[in-house]
Design a protein around this ligand. Structure first.
Ligand code: FES
Ligand SMILES: [Fe+2]
Length: 374
């Protein structure tokens, strides 16, 4: 097994040999996180969702703009998400009827003419992109939408697919670890995408300031059941060996897009000709809810048979089943971590990608002057 690291070869050994205490890690706040799917936000009612420990009331203005307000009324902290949206894009508190505009400012108080100038609830930057609504809970002056991770396949005419949300009962970093090292497929997903060549194949890890990429090619192998079905969707009756790839790309703080696929063996896929294969992108973005729970948003996009809703649904449900296996493992892992808070994680070669992810997250938290552990 080889690992190369063009940018920082010398520090790779340091990363591989270091340990990480099993204590739960904190999260950066100066970052965009997905709060919801696009379809979840409406102008009809408010959505309650906690992001990075902060309860939010999410909704849309009548012209479609997403809004994220703190889900606690200025007056007595009643949750605004239980209130209603009034004409004029104002939210009415369900308890004593205070009204707030989309900037969080109070515009009406019952039974009094003057409005206390401090009457407001925090409003957070919210942007819709790539079929998701992203929110920024840190310093609003730093909230640049251009830094939202690239997930363009989610809303491109050249890709088709769909996804779901998992409410995962684990810290978000355990999900990042899970996705950065796909050798677990051999053991956790043996009936669908797992095969022993995964842990036998060489892989390559690279990184820069904000991203980490792990590339693995498995050449001339039998396709596992999930990929045999997919390649037969494009090439009916397909038989024979394939070249399989997994290119895992992390974008800080918590988005991992995985370029996956198989092509007829020996037709040049590793060199860039994927015309004899099928290609998918597993689009994952994970939002800390608390230090022990996460909103895991995912979709599976493909660039073949775009017209087939049947394939879209089969893929979504197939991947949903696969991710259910991860969800169970991650919850069990979190429970074991909670029972062994002092245990130190020793990292293996396979943990290389996850190690660099942690490095980047630690650097982001240090830059915010925040403790890197909860
Ligand atoms: S708690 Fe909202 S108006 Fe009183
Ligand atoms: Fe998995």
């Amino acid at each position: 097994m080889t690992m190369t690291d063009p940018q920082q070869t010398s520090s790779v050994e340091t990363a591989a040999s270091s340990t990480t205490t099993a204590k739960i890690f904190n999260f950066p706040l100066n970052a965009w996180y997905v709060a919801a799917w696009d379809y979840e936000l409406t102008n009809k009612g408010l959505l309650a969702r906690t992001v990075c420990g902060k309860p939010l009331a999410l909704w849309r203005t009548s012209d479609g703009r997403p809004v994220a307000l703190a889900d606690a009324c200025w007056h007595r902290l009643a949750p605004l998400s239980k209130g209603r949206i009034l004409p004029g894009d104002e939210v009415q508190c369900p308890y004593h009827g205070l009204q707030f505009n989309s900037a969080g400012r109070c515009t009406k108080m019952p039974a009094q003419q003057t409005i206390n100038p401090s009457a407001a609830v925090p409003s957070y930057p919210a942007v819709e992109r790539h079929r998701y609504v992203w929110v920024w809970l840190g310093d609003p002056d730093l909230a640049d939408p251009d830094t939202i991770p690239d997930m363009h396949q989610m809303a491109s005419d050249e890709w088709a697919g769909d996804g779901k949300t998992i409410h995962a009962k684990c810290n978000y970093q355990l999900i990042l670890d899970n996705l950065m090292d796909l050798t677990h497929e051999e053991f956790v997903h043996s009936s669908s995408i797992g095969q022993e060549e995964l842990s036998e194949a060489e892989f390559n890890t690279t990184h820069d300031e904000n991203s980490v990429t792990v590339t693995r090619w498995m050449r001339d192998i039998d396709p596992p059941p999930f990929w045999l079905k997919n390649i037969r969707d494009r090439f009916p009756g397909y038989e024979g060996k394939v070249d399989r790839w997994q290119i895992v790309r992390f974008q800080a703080p918590s988005t991992i897009c995985i370029d996956v696929g198989v092509a007829k063996a020996g037709t040049g896929a590793p060199e860039g000709d994927r015309s004899q294969g099928v290609n998918g992108y597993v689009m994952n973005t994970i939002t800390p809810e608390t230090d022990r729970t996460s909103h895991y948003f995912w979709a599976f996009m493909r660039n073949y048979r775009l017209e087939s809703q049947t394939i879209t649904t089969q893929l979504r449900e197939g991947v949903h089943g696969v991710f259910g296996e991860d969800e169970e493992m991650l919850m069990a892992q979190q429970q074991a971590i909670d029972a062994n808070p002092e245990h130190e994680f020793y990292s293996l070669n396979i943990d290389m990608g996850g190690m660099w992810v942690r490095r980047i997250l630690e650097r982001m938290m240090q830059a915010e002057g925040r403790d890197t552990r909860a």
